[in-house]
Design a protein around this ligand. Structure first.
Ligand SMILES: [Zn+2]
Ligand SMILES: [Zn+2]
Length: 275
C-alpha cells in the first residue's frame, strides 16, 4: 500500500484535515498539530480529538498513513538557552498532540547550529530529541533531511547518521527524506532515485525510513536551496517519482506532497498512486 497525499490545512478544526485529504482522494496526509507560526496555542479540545479519530476510522485512514510536521519555530540545535527552552516545550507539546490524535510519529527538522562547532549542534539536536522521547513515551520522531543552506544541519546521510549516533533512544527515531531537499543537497534524485534509496537502506535499514516528502524542485542540483515545485513541473521530473513509488522502502509509510499548487493536488495524488 502507498500512503500518498498532501500536507493539508487544519484551519477551523483539526478534524477538517481528514475531510480535506479524503476529498481529493489522498491515501495519506500530513498536518501541523497547531498553528505553526505561534509559540503557544490552546490545547486540542476533547471534541476535536474525538472528531479527528472518528473521521480517521470512517474514511479508513490508518494512523501510519499520517505524518504530522512539527512547527518551524522549533530549532533543536540552537545554542541560545532561552530559544532552546521554548523549542523543547513546543516540541513536547506537539508530540503530545500527535499522540492524542491517535498518531505515532512527528516530523522534525534537525535545526541550525547558528554559531560555534557543527558537532556541538548535532549533539544539542540529539539531546533535544531524547528529551522529547522521554517526556512523551508513545512518540516516534522522524528527522527530516535538509537542503543544507547556512548552518542548517542534516543535509547528508553521513550527517544524519552522526545525529542518530548521538541519540540514546535510537529505536524510536528514523528519518523523512524530502526529494527537493535531497536534490538541493547534491543528491541527483532526477537520475539516481533508486540508487539513493538503496544507499539509505544499506546505511540505515528500510525500517528507518519513516516517511517521505515528495516535492519536485524549482532550483538546481546542489543549489543548497529549498524551493518546491509541483510533481513533473520541476528539475527532478516525473520518472524519478515513479522510481521512488516503486521502491520497496516506500511501502506503508506516509508519502507527503508539499507542492505549491493546491489545485493540482488531486491530479498529483492520482498520478503517483498509478505509478
Ligand atoms: Zn519539513
Ligand atoms: Zn522544503
Amino acid at each position: 500500500m502507498r500512503f500518498i497525499g498532501p500536507h493539508v490545512s487544519i484551519k477551523e478544526n483539526i478534524s477538517f484535515a481528514v475531510d480535506r485529504a479524503a476529498a481529493i482522494g489522498a491515501t495519506g496526509f500530513a498536518i501541523f498539530t497547531k498553528n505553526q507560526r505561534i509559540w503557544s496555542a490552546p490545547p486540542l479540545s476533547d471534541e476535536s480529538i474525538e472528531s479527528f479519530r472518528k473521521k480517521m476510522a470512517e474514511k479508513n485512514y490508518s494512523p501510519s498513513a499520517v505524518l504530522p510536521h512539527a512547527g518551524y519555530l522549533i530549532n533543536p540545535a540552537t545554542p541560545d538557552e532561552e530559544l532552546r527552552a521554548k523549542s523543547l516545550s513546543l516540541f513536547c507539546d506537539e508530540a503530545e498532540r500527535t499522540v492524542l490524535l491517535g498518531l505515532s510519529t512527528i516530523n522534525i527538522h534537525p535545526g541550525a547550529y547558528k554559531e560555534g562547532d557543527r558537532k556541538d549542534g548535532l549533539r544539542r539536536s540529539a539531546r533535544m530529541i531524547d528529551e522529547v522521547l522521554s517526556a512523551v513515551p508513545e512518540i516516534r520522531i522522524a528527522i527530516e533531511n535538509t537542503a543544507g543552506s547556512g548552518t542548517i544541519l542534516g543535509s547528508t546521510f553521513e550527517e544524519l547518521d552522526e545525529l542518530l549516533a548521538n541519540v540514546n533512544c535510537k529505536e524510536r527515531v528514523g528519518f523523512t527524506l524530502d526529494t527537493a531537499h535531497l536534490f538541493g543537497a547534491g543528491y541527483d534524485v532526477k537520475n539516481k532515485a533508486t540508487a539513493i534509496l538503496d544507499d539509505f537502506v544499506t546505511r540505515f535499514g528500510k525500517e528507518k525510513l519513516f516517511g517521505m516528502h515528495l516535492n519536485d524542485s524549482k532550483v538546481p542540483l546542489s543549489s543548497k536551496k529549498d524551493r518546491h515545485e509541483s510533481i513533473g513541473e520541476g528539475l527532478i521530473g516525473k520518472e524519478a517519482f515513479k522510481a521512488i513509488i516503486q521502491h520497496d522502502a516506500t511501502e506503508n509509510i506516509p508519502l507527503i506532497l508539499e507542492t505549491p499548487n493546491e489545485e493540482r493536488w488531486p491530479e498529483e495524488v492520482k498520478m503517483l498512486l498509478e505509478f
